[in-house]
Design a protein around this ligand. Structure first.
Ligand code: SF4
Length: 1002
């Protein structure tokens, strides 16, 4: 158990960390305290928070995302100098590119001061040099401003997390020793892609004990700076000369043919670590030459349909990998849609392109600027207003003619006789919403404003009961918008919604990527994603598209602002065409090795203008290595729903082509001429048959119509023709197509059925559950669905925010394992208060006085109590039936008699022991302590901090059985998607979802 806790596993991306954690949780059946699986960034964030005092940072600081940083720069654009850079009318886009550049510099540990010193020394011999030097100095100044603004806000970006964690471990040997003692073993996955800063951090992390295991594959390095694919692995061997090298050359994923083809693609790369993987025999690799992009997409859809319908492959085990989801991805989506193949485009639209997010943005923009006609028109056209296009046109005409802003024009339009009454009603509804929102745009807190706006517009309500998978994603995106507003408030506690709206609109304009909501699973759908995004994933069947020479390797995109060699603290290859080719080969290799059983490499032989596009040489190499043949894929002019028309056309073409040939042979003395004629006649009979099927009564199925048609047609046939007619495979083909069509209809009908499966917190066969999940579900299953499946953000009340703050103060106070002084505790309260966006209203000042008094009492009680606190914030995880239960106990005390007491802090009003009769939380904690820490708790209690009241909750063995049954029952209910509401006055009056809940309506 101890060993499990002492292993730290670091991975490259959040998705990879989630995947690794999931696999470990499934593999580890025994209970444990905590699994330390993290990305480098999240590990650094936790380390700095735990060691905030040593690191000299604000313990309440939350790291900021690139979008937050862009918003911050935009808010202070007046303080920045941007004379030497071309703004192209869009400063947000330029600032967005600076943020990417600063991130790259921080990955290479190049500080603002380093950059400024380098820029100062640039030569200024001629005009070109002078202009370059001026531009670089301006960027250096901006980099410094960026750092200054972050420091002023008391926060860190992701690059800083690494740099500050590195400095902490380098400069504080006792902290380094503490961390080394806690994590006695460090594992790093995807080591080939860790950046320079992460590499140095890792060296310090393991400096004390040297217990480090890294896993890497230079053939899969697609993120390392300047394509330095082997550098990390070679440096590691140099640094740890005694390291044991275990060659992992057995692939547990891909069939041998797939591995051989993929190997042929990377084998020509110079300086690769030589290896040849072996796998299970088999693996199918096909090469498709499609006439154009549409044919390529259609062929994928056809084959995916075949795999699902006839080979029993689960849709989520099929992936379509493209270079760009916006272009090729959309073509594939259209073709899959035509065949009703369920699919999910991953990362298609960045967050700000999602319809629901744009609706919200439109409202924010028009509230700030009523002349923003585009935003007003969108708001009018979309729910809840949904004004008809013709009426919108009338309103814009009024605005133009009378030179009014759009909102004023709408006021004028309500007087216009041109507008029908229904349109007038809709406009009045818009104006009502506008008035109520506009009245708060300069006063309310931005996050509350966004929550209210979402509710008022009914954006959530419109989606809520249509429970399809993408509806849940939409709800989560709305929730994320609320999150962005909350983060903004943390940065700018005094800002108004107007300022937030300006800032978020600029971030959206800059096109910075904000993570959109993702389903947790693959959701029973074919996955369409980029080759880069597929890294770390695996599927039964993979289609890799767009493999024409012009794109693979394609031309090298030169970095506009490369990092100067003089500033680099590591030696990496130069940025050359050869490096680009090698990296592209690795990218294709990564894409190919995602496949377990089937791989298709496809290219579109003609571009949109009809120009020929030869296949990539890499694909040719793969084809030569395994002796594959090109298969040609034509474009289908008729969609899959038009099989009869398509067949009719194909038969007709064949017949017309055959007529002169057969006619010509009539004059020759050949033995098989009669047979040719018989075949031609049968083609003709079949053409009549398909024509008759096209014209049959709409309700009659092909299967029902065929026997009679065949009988009648055969009456006109000779014995020889009859034989050919009866052995033709046409009927079989038509019947198969009909079966596929009815399957599609069933799939489409089934889509109406809500399935929330991908959004349930699955772990293996069961769920991941916490005590509060169980409590919520027991209170009302619909409430659980709102809170945990849809994840509708709850607008925290003042009391809840205050409760969270007190909790955080206690957590930080005990962070180092002991207790500090009262002034330290009150200083933490002061910090948190400022960051929490509290104001100076009487009510809030009263709460603060209450917090000061209760924390002072807590401190006294803590110092004088006979019980000895031994752990704070201690985690547990254990299995109960198929479910994984997780939790964290606020405090564990050793009692004078040697027993242990589990304590959970509460900030609400104290409950009596009788009111806590059905409480599950402390009982789950007791089981967790027993299972994960082998600690039998003698007592459990809630400590109501604000009232300084401790309420013990006693539980006997029989009651623990009851808990077990309760957990299993709740788990079964959630897995069965039993979300029927159980309204009651007690539950609904306290429920944050009353406003959206139909069950709460009278
Ligand atoms: S309002 Fe009542 S019925 Fe609706 S989700 Fe909340 S507790 Fe359940």
């Amino acid at each position: 158990m101890r060993r499990l806790r002492s292993i730290l596993a670091l991975t490259f991306s959040t998705a990879a960390a989630d995947e690794l954690r999931e696999r470990l949780e499934q593999a580890i059946a025994r209970p444990y305290e905590e699994l330390a699986v993290a990305t480098f960034h999240s590990f650094c964030a936790t380390l700095l928070r735990d060691e905030a005092l040593e690191a000299g940072i604000d313990p309440f600081a939350t790291p900021v995302t690139p979008a937050d940083r862009l918003a911050m720069l935009i808010e202070h654009i007046g303080e920045l100098t941007l004379r030497e850079h071309d703004l192209r009318g869009n400063p947000a886009a330029l600032l967005g590119s600076f943020i990417g550049r600063i991130d790259r510099l921080k990955d290479e540990m190049i500080t603002a001061a380093d950059y400024a010193a380098w820029a100062e020394g640039l030569p200024e011999g001629d005009d070109a040099e002078r202009s370059r030097a001026a531009r670089e100095r301006e960027f250096a100044a901006l980099y410094a401003d960026h750092e200054r603004l972050l420091a002023r806000a008391g926060t860190l970006d992701f690059g800083d997390l690494q740099l500050r964690a590195f400095a902490l471990l380098r400069d504080r040997p006792h902290v380094r020793a503490r961390v080394a003692a806690r994590y006695a073993h460090v594992l790093v996955d995807e080591f080939q892609d860790t950046n320079f800063a992460q590499g140095l951090l890792l060296s310090l992390l393991v400096a004390e004990h040297g217990n480090v295991t890294v896993v890497g594959d230079d053939d899969q390095a697609i993120y390392r700076f300047r394509g330095a694919s082997t550098k990390n692995l070679r440096d590691f061997q140099d640094e740890h000369a005694d390291a044991t090298v275990v060659r992992l050359e057995r692939s547990w994923r891909s069939g041998q043919r797939i591995l051989d083809a993929a190997h042929a693609v990377v084998a020509p790369n110079a300086d690769r670590i030589d290896k040849q993987l072996s796998g299970e025999p088999g693996g199918e690799v096909r090469f498709w030459s499609a006439v154009n992009e549409r044919a390529q997409a259609q062929a994928v859809a056809r084959d995916a349909e075949r795999l699902i319908a006839h080979e029993g492959v689960a849709p989520e085990e099929i992936a379509v990998l493209v270079r760009s989801v916006r272009n090729e991805g959309q073509a594939v989506a259209v073709a899959l849609e035509e065949r009703a193949v369920p699919h999910r485009i991953v990362g298609a639209a960045s967050f700000f392109l999602r319809a629901e997010v744009r609706d919200l943005l439109a409202w924010l923009r028009l509230l700030v600027d009523p002349t923003d006609a585009g935003a007003v028109v969108r708001a009018l056209a979309r729910p809840p207003i949904e004004l008809r296009a013709i009426d919108i046109a009338r309103c814009t005409q009024i605005a133009r003619r009378r030179k009014l802003d759009m909102v004023s024009a709408l006021v004028a339009a309500t007087e216009s006789p041109q507008l029908p009454p229904e349109a007038r009603e809709r406009i009045l509804e818009f104006l009502k919403l506008h008035r109520s929102a506009a009245s708060a745009v300069d006063t309310m807190r931005p996050d509350l404003f966004v929550h209210r706006l979402i509710d008022r517009l009914g954006l959530r309500r419109q989606q809520l009961f249509a429970a399809q998978a993408n509806v849940v994603e939409r709800l989560r995106n709305l929730a994320q918008f609320g999150e962005l507003a909350s983060q903004y408030v943390l940065r700018e506690p005094q800002a108004t919604p107007r300022e937030f709206a300006r800032s978020i609109a600029a971030v959206a304009e800059a096109g910075l990527r904000v993570e959109e909501a993702r389903a947790t699973g693959r959701g029973g759908a074919v996955q369409v994603l980029t080759m880069h995004a597929a890294k770390g994933l695996e599927f039964d069947h993979v289609f890799v598209l767009g493999l024409q020479a012009s794109r693979m390797p394609g031309t090298r995109r030169r970095q506009l602002e490369p990092i100067p060699d003089e500033l680099l603290k590591e030696s990496v290859p130069t940025d050359s065409r050869a490096a680009h080719i090698a990296e592209t080969r690795r990218l294709l290799h990564v894409a190919m090795t995602r496949a377990r059983h089937g791989l298709v490499l496809a290219h579109a032989a003609h571009g949109p203008t009809g120009a020929a596009q030869p296949p990539s040489e890499f694909v040719e190499e793969a084809r030569a290595a395994i002796g594959g043949e090109w298969e040609h894929q034509e474009e289908e002019l008729f969609g899959p729903a038009e099989t009869l028309h398509a067949t009719y056309q194909a038969l007709r073409d064949e017949l017309l082509e055959g007529v002169p040939r057969v006619g010509g042979r009539l004059r020759e003395l050949r033995l098989d001429t009669d047979l040719d004629i018989a075949h031609a006649v049968v083609r003709y009979l079949e053409l009549i048959k398909v024509g008759a099927l096209i014209d049959r009564a709409g309700s009659q199925r092909v299967e029902e119509a065929l026997p009679e048609l065949n009988t009648r047609l055969l009456q006109a046939a000779t014995a020889e023709q009859r034989e050919i007619f009866e052995t033709s495979r046409l009927d079989e083909y038509l019947l198969d197509s009909e079966r596929d069509a009815s399957r599609r209809t069933r799939v489409i009908a089934a889509r109406e059925e809500p399935s929330l499966e991908p959004f349930l917190p699955r772990r293996g066969e069961g769920l991941v559950l916490s005590a509060s999940d169980i409590d919520t579900y027991r209170t009302c299953p619909l409430k659980y669905k709102f809170a945990r499946v849809f994840r509708i953000p709850q607008e925290p009340t003042l009391n809840q925010r205050f409760g969270i703050l007190v909790h955080q103060v206690l957590e930080r106070y005990h962070q180092s394992g002991g207790a500090g002084t009262l002034p330290e505790m009150l200083e933490l309260l002061e910090h948190g208060w400022r960051r929490g966006g509290f104001s100076d209203s009487d009510e809030e000042l009263q709460l603060r006085a209450k917090a000061t008094a209760s924390l002072t009492r807590y401190h006294e009680r803590f110092a004088t109590e006979p019980a000895q606190p031994v752990w704070f914030e201690r985690s547990f995880t254990f299995r109960l039936g198929p479910h994984t239960l997780r939790g964290r106990v606020d405090r564990v005390d050793r009692l004078p008699d040697g027993g242990y007491e589990l304590i959970d802090y509460k900030t609400g009003r104290p409950k009596t022991a009788a009111q806590l009769k059905d409480d599950v939380q402390l009982s789950i904690y007791a089981i967790g302590a027993r299972e994960a820490w082998q600690l039998d708790a003698a007592a459990q209690a809630y400590y109501y901090v604000l009232d300084d009241a401790k309420v013990p909750v006693a539980r006997g063995a029989a009651e623990l059985d009851w808990i077990r049954d309760t957990v299993l029952e709740v788990g079964e209910g959630i897995l069965g998607q039993g979300f029927e509401p159980t309204p009651s006055y007690a539950a609904c009056s306290m429920c944050d979802f009353r406003i959206v809940c139909p069950a709460a309506e009278r």
